[in-house]
Design a protein. Structure first.
Length: 112
């Protein structure tokens, strides 16, 4: 049974350039269609077949220098880690607002 549709509910596809399929194929070919993930614990490169192309830095920079081939497993792990970081930031910001309490409208004159 294949991987679940990772694009479901995502608006990410809308930020990709119209020629993304060509860019993706070029990067996969450049990387020999092998995952370029380096394990932090062993510093060894993954040997799995690459099926995905991922952004190294800025998600809006689609230059070859900012793109790398990944196997599905390592691409999914990176995406999940990024989502967890974003969720944590959102939670932290929400908690800070809750502690501060509701903002008063700038036109409201406090009662004395």
């Amino acid at each position: 049974m294949g991987r679940p549709n990772a694009w479901a509910g995502s608006t990410r596809r809308e930020t990709l350039p119209p020629d993304w399929p060509k860019i993706r194929e070029r990067v996969l070919d450049r990387d020999g269609r092998r995952c370029r993930h380096i394990r932090a614990d062993t510093e060894l490169r993954c040997t799995e077949l690459a099926t995905d192309v991922d952004h190294v830095g800025d998600r809006l920079d689609h230059s070859d220098e900012n793109l790398v081939s990944k196997c599905g497993y390592h691409h999914l792990r990176k995406t999940a880690a990024e989502a967890n970081r974003a969720r944590a930031l959102t939670t932290t910001a929400r908690r800070a607002l809750e502690k501060r309490g509701p903002e008063q409208h700038p036109g409201v004159v406090p009662r004395t």
